[in-house]
Design a protein around this ligand. Structure first.
Ligand code: SAH
Length: 219
């Protein structure tokens, strides 16, 4: 498939995102720039711009474009704008990371617990011109205390409850976006941290792969 075809499909994808309620121009602009077909295996390339989640290796999945856009949009604070220092848990193929980078977020850290995906994500990001994000091979449950606090935290795998270390590493005034639940039922949550505590907002139903702890065996 040639580049023009991908550009046309990507433009249509962005139009569909607008119809689905995504309004933030910074997010839409990033979704229009990042070549999603470079982040998925060639077998599924033809579906790169459909609103589908697609399989990655090691039983993981890349989220559908709508959910990537929605989670990115939720990082936006009406008073202070987008956070400038973000921690992502679950790099996967690196697509969400590339969107954050193309949104102009200055400092991005992304943790992935599967080495093969961590390595592939780096190649995918470089192939699509993204060099800024720092990719870490490790367990997202621990976060990155050395680099904390973060103004934004985005988790792209579903934990059964909010990881305490990540709540601690969220800055005052920061926002955390995550799916919460088990494999039967999950909801998207927005957590806002203030000096008085945390405000939790439960949003729509979602479907993510589970966030696995360090003890779970990786196939
Ligand atoms: N944002 C990704 C979505 C990947 S799916 C993308 O755009 O492709 C979720 C990812 O979370 C998987 O790659 C999985 O390996 C990873 N994951 C699951 N548990 C984790 C943990 N405890 N720490 C870090 N990554 C984890």
């Amino acid at each position: 498939m040639n580049t023009d075809t991908y550009i046309i499909r990507r433009t249509r994808m962005v139009e569909r995102l607008k119809l689905s309620g995504i309004r933030n121009e910074t997010v839409l602009h990033a979704m229009n720039r990042v070549p999603r077909h470079l982040f998925i295996g060639y077998i599924f390339e033809n579906h790169a711009y459909d609103d589908l989640s697609l399989p990655l290796s090691a039983g993981q999945t890349i989220s559908q474009p709508y959910i990537v856009a929605r989670m990115s949009e939720l990082l936006y604070d009406p008073h202070t704008g987008f956070p400038q220092k973000v921690l992502e848990i679950g790099t996967g193929c690196g697509y969400q990371t590339a969107i954050l980078e193309n949104m102009g977020i200055g400092e991005i850290y992304s943790i992935e617990r599967i080495k093969k995906l961590h390595d592939t994500a780096r190649d995918n990001l470089h192939n699509s011109g993204c060099y800024r994000a720092k990719l870490i091979y490790g367990d997202g449950y621990a976060g990155l205390p050395t680099f904390a606090p973060f103004n934004g935290i985005i988790i792209t795998a579903a934990p059964p409850k909010i990881p305490v270390a990540l709540l601690q590493q969220l800055a005052i005034g920061g926002r955390m976006v995550l799916p919460l639940g088990d494999e039967q039922q999950q909801f998207l949550y927005l957590i806002e941290k203030s000096e008085h505590g945390f405000r939790e907002t439960c949003l729509e139903r979602v479907n993510f792969v589970p966030m696995l702890d360090g003890k779970t065996q990786i196939q």
